[in-house]
Design a protein around this ligand. Structure first.
Ligand SMILES: Nc1nc2c(ncn2[C@@H]2O[C@H](COP(=O)(O)OP(=O)(O)O)[C@@H](O)[C@H]2O)c(=O)[nH]1
Ligand SMILES: [Mg+2]
Length: 297
């Protein structure tokens, strides 16, 4: 797989985050609710060790509601606080401050005992690219959002954004990288549009996505493309071969042909991915916490 990889850049951000950790009370880790495994940095636990953590399942509006509940329970079981949000509309974001107060209530009580009454909680947001960090921070900071705007190329000091009496947010989001080298992770990041399609040709990507949908969301596939049933998967047929047949079936239904009468599977692949990313096929979660074969946790 050919994905751009910036190890130097990564080391630098990692150091920056490690430095900033000393100045914050809590780390807010944004993850993509559709791909809670693939949208995490594999080193996040070691980087943030010892800091209270709030896991925000962002893009909850695009993920399967039943799976959101499963993932919430999973992360709670690991001792983290969890919040489901849709940063685009702001749904769930108003719970952010109260949840943080809850997580840190013992700490806040200690501050009070020491006479630090009214000391605001300091939080840092981290997450992989495209998970929704800027959108989330702007929603949390509301009217102060202008200050937090990105100004690429302009070097400036760290800036604290005062959200309200009880909360300050570090306005530079910590950008961490997912584990692109793992094929499944690379595919899932591509399906959701977190990385550009160029990791492989769009037709092959479409084959993989078809096979995944047929396995986990067959009803949605059938109804979206008005099929009567899915073609039977042959024994030992791999994802690409089976996915290709599904692309053909759907292209046939949509009347997509290239000259010579063959079905336009490449165009169908592009349509499939566009429709998925545009939310037209439904709310799918591509990874589960409870260990289905292709669902890693
Ligand atoms: N549907 C939906 N879209 C979102 C959500 N959060 C962010 N987005 C969109 O995803 C895109 C990338 O978000 P951005 O905040 O720039 O991601 P960042 O790279 O992590 O800062 C933008 O077009 C946002 O509007 C969400 O919760 N739901
Ligand atoms: Mg951003």
């Amino acid at each position: 797989m050919n994905i751009q990889w910036y190890p130097g850049h990564m080391t630098k951000t990692r150091r920056q985050i490690e430095g900033d950790l000393k100045n914050v009370d809590i780390v807010v880790e944004l993850i993509d609710a559709r791909i809670p495994v693939s949208s995490r940095n594999p080193d996040i636990d070691s980087i943030c060790a010892g800091k209270p953590r709030l896991i925000v399942l962002n893009r909850a509006d695009q993920a399967d509601p039943a799976m959101n509940a499963k993932w919430t329970a999973f992360f709670k079981g690991q001792g983290h606080a969890v919040l489901e949000t849709d940063a685009k509309t702001g749904r769930g974001v108003n719970q952010f401050s109260p949840v943080i107060q809850g997580v840190l209530k013992d700490q806040i009580a200690k501050w009070r005992e020491k006479g630090q009454v009214g000391r605001p909680v300091r939080a840092m947001v981290v997450g992989v690219p495209n998970v929704g960090k800027s959108t989330f921070i702007n929603k949390v900071a509301r009217k102060k959002s202008a200050k937090a705007g990105d100004r690429p190329g302009v070097t400036r000091g760290k800036q604290w954004v005062n959200v309200d009496q009880s909360l300050d947010l570090l306005d530079t989001p910590g950008i961490l990288w997912p584990k692109f080298e793992d094929e499944t992770i690379g595919l899932h990041l591509a399906f959701t549009g977190a990385v550009k399609d160029e990791i492989m040709d769009v037709e092959t990507l479409g084959c993989h996505f078809m096979a995944l949908l047929a396995r986990w969301y067959p009803e949605a596939l059938i109804s979206s493309y008005k099929l009567t049933a899915l073609p039977q998967r042959e024994e030992e047929e791999n994802d690409v071969a089976y996915g290709y047949r599904l692309l053909e079936t759907c292209a046939q239904k949509r009347g997509m042909r290239i000259s010579g009468g063959e079905f336009d599977t490449e165009r169908m692949a592009r349509v499939l991915l566009d429709e998925y990313r545009g939310g037209k096929l439904g709310r799918f979660t591509l990874e589960g916490p409870d260990g289905g074969e292709s669902l890693e946790a």
